[in-house]
Design a protein around this ligand. Structure first.
Ligand SMILES: C[S@@+](CC[C@H](N)C(=O)[O-])C[C@H]1O[C@@H](n2cnc3c(N)ncnc32)[C@H](O)[C@@H]1O
Length: 302
């Protein structure tokens, strides 16, 4: 289904299909490097199709697993995140891709020999000393890619029942991803610091932690949407374009999430069909999720 865009003033009335004259050449999403529920892998191509072809640099202040970054394949970029081992992982990917492949293969072989005990060993190792290589392997082997962190930053997800991708296939992914992030500078930084680097002509994509149901998954404890809007306003004032992912109609329990935002800041919004939410399915273990339709929503300042 084609994405469609609504003028921000008519949220509920779908008025027009729009052909995008500024659609860049999209070369497609690479297969996931990390398996991480809630990442933007499934939506990345549509999100990226909204970005202008001409831009100064690309900024992604909540880069996470890099699904959108790697799909966009920017010519010049800055990407930041507060989860240090994730940024360290991206830096390894850039500078020492063989280390990732070697570590994954080693883990994979030990895992195949004794799944449960090796998973627990890697998880304990990460929880004692958070590091990129353990994080990578846990994400590939944990239950449904549900990377759940405690307040102290420890991973609590149990092992998944699936077989992780074989080392040869992982090596291919590393090669693709290595080329997709070659022009990116990674920062272990708060989004405000990263967004301060915005200049005229930049395109900024924000996928903040969700304040409600994803709190434990993506480190949302101290995140305030209002502060993000202030940072976005500053970027727009400098002449940058900002795209913001936000859950439009997501339900958390019986509560429909809603938020207020400065109406004059955003000009358009994009809805992308999502179908079922994997996160909910995991929490409700096996319950039918019919009726809990989640739409991916993107707000654009241009
Ligand atoms: C919803 S996730 C982004 C997912 C990403 N789009 C992907 O496809 O993987 C939000 C990210 O924001 C990071 N984060 C949370 N608080 C932050 C902050 N104050 N500044 C920068 N990053 C933050 C989390 O570590 C997480 O990786």
């Amino acid at each position: 289904m084609n994405p469609f865009v609504l003028p921000i003033s008519s949220f509920t009335t779908y008025t027009q299909n729009r052909m995008f004259d500024d659609t860049p050449l999209v070369i497609g999403s690479p297969p996931q490097l990390l398996k991480w529920v809630g990442n933007k892998h499934r939506f990345a191509e549509k999100i990226v199709s909204m970005f202008p072809a001409d831009y100064n640099k690309y900024i992604e202040p909540f880069v996470g697993t890099g699904a959108v970054l790697a799909t966009f394949n920017p010519t010049k970029a800055i990407a930041g995140d507060m989860l240090k081992p994730l940024i360290e992982l991206m830096e390894l990917l850039q500078n020492f891709p063989d280390k990732l492949v070697e570590s994954y293969s080693l883990n994979w072989n030990q895992f195949v020999a004794d799944r449960k005990s090796h998973y627990e060993k890697v998880k304990n190792s990460y929880n004692a000393h958070p590091n990129p290589l353990d994080l990578l392997f846990i994400s590939r082997t944990c239950y449904g890619g549900v990377m759940r962190f405690t307040k102290e930053g420890k991973i609590s997800t149990p092992i998944g029942p699936h077989k992780p991708v074989p080392p040869e296939s992982f090596e291919n992914r590393v090669a693709i991803w290595n080329s997709r992030v070659k022009n990116t500078k990674f920062l272990h930084a708060d989004y405000r610091e990263t967004m301060r680097l915005a200049e005229k002509g930049d395109i900024i994509y924000c996928d903040p932690p969700y304040v409600d149901s994803q709190a434990i998954l993506y480190g949302a404890q101290s995140f305030k949407l209002k502060d993000l809007f202030t940072a976005i306003e500053d970027c727009v004032r400098k002449g940058a374009k900002v795209a913001l992912s936000i859950d439009g109609t997501k339900k958390s329990g019986n509560k429909v999430l809603s938020f207020e935002f400065p109406l004059d800041l955003f000009k358009r919004e994009l809805f992308i069909d999502n179908g079922h939410s994997m996160l909910k399915r995991f929490q409700k273990s096996g319950e039918n999720m019919d009726g809990e339709f989640v739409k991916e929503r993107l707000l654009l300042t241009w």
